[in-house]
Ligand binder design. Structure first.
Ligand SMILES: Cc1ncc(COP(=O)(O)O)c(C=O)c1O
Length: 441
C-alpha cells in the first residue's frame, strides 16, 4: 500500500465503537478527530446506520445514474433541503469534499455562461484555506504547504487575507477594526476586473489549515453584500462545519447569512461511506432550466444509493437524538475546559472554535506569537504524544503563514460525554507537557 507516511508503518485499526477506535493490539483511542476531521458526528458502529446500509445493499447497491434515479438519493435531497438555509433547495451529489469543491466552482462558472456573462470566470479565495486535494480544489485553495509542489499544474486564482484575528494581517484588534479582511474582497474584485470575477469561496470556519479560526460576527454580512454588488456566486465550503458540527445544521446560520452554494461531505454520511453534496440555490438551477441547459458533470458513483441510505439514517439519528444542540453545549464545555490549560502551558498561543470544532495553536513565544521552526514538526509531536496516551487529534502545519506554525484540531463525535471530554483534556494536558519538555521555549 502507498501509505501517507512512507517512512513509518502505521498501526492497523480494526474496530470502532462510539467515540473509541481500537487497534490490532486491543489498544483503545478516543477519536477526537471524529474519523478524519469532522467525519464522525454520531460515533462508530451505530446499528441503525449499519441496518440501513445492509437493507439498501440487499435491494441494489449501484444504479446507472445517466439514465435513472433512485429513491434514497431523492429522499436525501429532500431532507437536505429541509435543513439547508432558505432558498438552497437542490442538491447535486458527489463522493467527497474535494469533488464537491470542484463541482461548485464549475457550477458557478457555468452559471455565468448561462447568464450571458462569459467573461466572468475567476474565483476569489483566501490564503490558508483548504477545499481538498484534487487539482481543482487546490487551485482555489490557499494553503502554501499543500499547493507548492503542484503549482505549475494549478490555475492560480486571486487570494485575499484570511479572517484570522489572532494573527491579523492588518495588525488590528477586533472590535477596533473595520473588518478589513472582509472589505479586502471588494478591492480585489475591482483589481481583477468586475467583469472577470465569477465567485468567492470560503470555509465559514477554517478547519484543517488554521485550526478553527472563526471570523468576527460581521464578516460574512460584509462578504455577502460585496458578492451581491458584483454579481459573485458565494460558495460556502461546509465540508467540516456542516451537518451540525458547530451547533447549527450549517455554520452560516450563526451569522444569518445565506450563501448561493454550500458544499458538504464528511459528516453527511457519518464516515460510514463516501458521499459529498453541492447544495444549490433554486434561482441558479432555475436559470439552467430556463436555458434548457444541463450542468456538465457527473461521477460514476454519484448519488450512490447505499451512501444515500446511510446519510438518511445519519441525519435521522442526529435529529431524533437532538445531537446538533448537544454538539453546541458540549462545544462550550470543551472550549472552557481547554482554555483552562492555556495559562498552564507556555506553548498554547490561542484556543478558538465553535461547537465541537476547536483548534489549539502552538507558539514558541507567547508574547511575539513566533511559531516553532517547521522542521520541529511540533503539531505532529503533540499528535504522537496524544496517540501514545490514547487520543487521536489532527495536526496542522503552516498555520501562521502557510509554511510555519502549528495547531491541532479537535472535532470529536457529538455523542462525546463530559467524562470523555475530561479524559481528552487530561490527555492533552500531559501530551503538551511532554512536548514542552522536549522542545523548550
Ligand atoms: C473544508 C474542507 N473542504 C474540503 C475537504 C476535502 O474533502 P475530502 O477529503 O473528502 O476530499 C476538506 C478535507 O479535509 C475540508 O476540510
Amino acid at each position: 500500500m502507498f501509505y501517507r507516511d512512507l517512512f513509518k508503518e502505521p498501526n492497523r485499526i480494526i474496530k470502532g465503537e462510539g467515540v473509541y477506535i481500537y487497534d490490532q493490539s486491543g489498544k483503545r483511542y478516543l477519536d477526537a478527530t471524529g474519523g478524519s476531521n469532522a467525519s464522525i458526528p454520531i460515533g462508530h458502529g451505530v446499528k441503525q446506520v449499519i441496518d440501513a446500509m445492509l437493507e439498501q445493499a440487499q435491494k441494489i447497491s449501484f444504479i446507472p445514474m445517466h439514465l435513472f434515479s433512485n429513491e434514497p438519493a431523492e429522499r436525501l435531497a429532500d431532507e437536505i433541503a429541509k435543513i439547508a438555509p432558505a432558498g438552497l433547495t437542490t442538491t447535486w451529489f458527489v463522493n467527497s469534499g474535494s469533488e464537491a469543491a470542484d463541482n461548485a466552482v464549475k457550477l458557478a462558472r457555468q452559471f455565468q455562461l448561462e447568464k450571458g456573462t462569459p467573461g466572468k470566470f475567476k474565483v476569489i479565495t483566501r490564503w490558508q484555506s483548504f477545499f481538498g486535494n484534487t487539482l481543482g480544489a487546490l487551485a482555489v485553495g490557499g494553503h502554501t504547504f499543500r499547493r507548492s509542489k503542484y503549482m505549475p499544474l494549478l490555475k492560480d486564482m486571486p487570494h485575499i487575507p484570511p479572517a484570522y484575528c489572532y494573527r491579523c494581517w492588518f495588525n488590528k484588534n477586533y472590535p477596533d477594526c473595520d473588518i478589513d479582511c472582509a472589505l479586502f474582497l471588494e478591492r480585489v474584485v475591482k483589481q481583477e476586473g468586475t467583469e472577470c470575477v465569477a465567485a468567492f469561496i470560503a470555509e465559514p470556519i477554517v478547519g484543517a489549515t488554521t485550526g478553527a479560526t472563526t471570523p468576527p460576527k460581521e464578516y460574512y454580512t460584509i462578504i455577502r453584500e460585496i458578492c451581491d454588488r458584483y454579481d459573485l456566486t458565494f460558495i460556502a465550503d461546509e465540508v467540516q462545519t456542516g451537518i451540525g458540527r458547530t451547533g447549527k445544521w450549517f455554520c452560516m446560520e450563526h451569522w444569518n447569512v445565506s450563501p448561493d452554494i454550500i458544499t458538504t461531505a464528511k459528516g453527511l454520511s457519518g464516515g460510514y461511506t463516501p458521499l459529498g453534496a453541492v447544495i444549490v440555490r433554486e434561482s441558479i438551477v432555475e436559470r439552467f432550466r430556463k436555458n434548457k441547459s444541463n450542468f456538465v458533470g457527473g461521477h460514476t458513483f454519484s448519488a450512490n444509493p447505499v451512501s444515500c441510505a446511510v446519510a438518511l439514517a445519519v441525519l435521522k439519528y442526529i435529529s431524533s437524538n437532538n445531537l446538533v444542540e448537544r454538539c453546541r453545549e458540549s462545544g462550550e464545555y470543551l472550549l472552557k475546559l481547554l482554555k483552562e490549560l492555556q495559562d498552564e502551558h507556555t506553548i498554547i498561543g490561542d484556543i478558538r472554535g465553535l461547537g465541537l470544532m476547536i483548534g489549539l495553536e502552538f507558539v514558541k513565544d507567547k508574547k511575539t506569537k513566533q511559531p516553532y521552526p517547521p522542521e520541529v514538526r511540533l503539531a505532529n509531536a503533540v499528535t504522537e504524544e496524544a496517540a501514545s496516551r490514547g487520543a487521536i487529534v489532527y495536526p496542522g502545519v503552516g498555520t501562521a503563514d502557510g509554511i510555519s506554525g502549528d495547531h491541532i484540531l479537535l472535532t470529536p463525535p457529538y455523542i462525546i460525554t463530559r467524562e470523555q471530554m475530561n479524559e481528552l483534556s487530561s490527555i492533552l494536558d500531559d501530551s503538551i507537557s511532554a512536548v514542552e519538555k522536549k522542545y523548550p521555549t
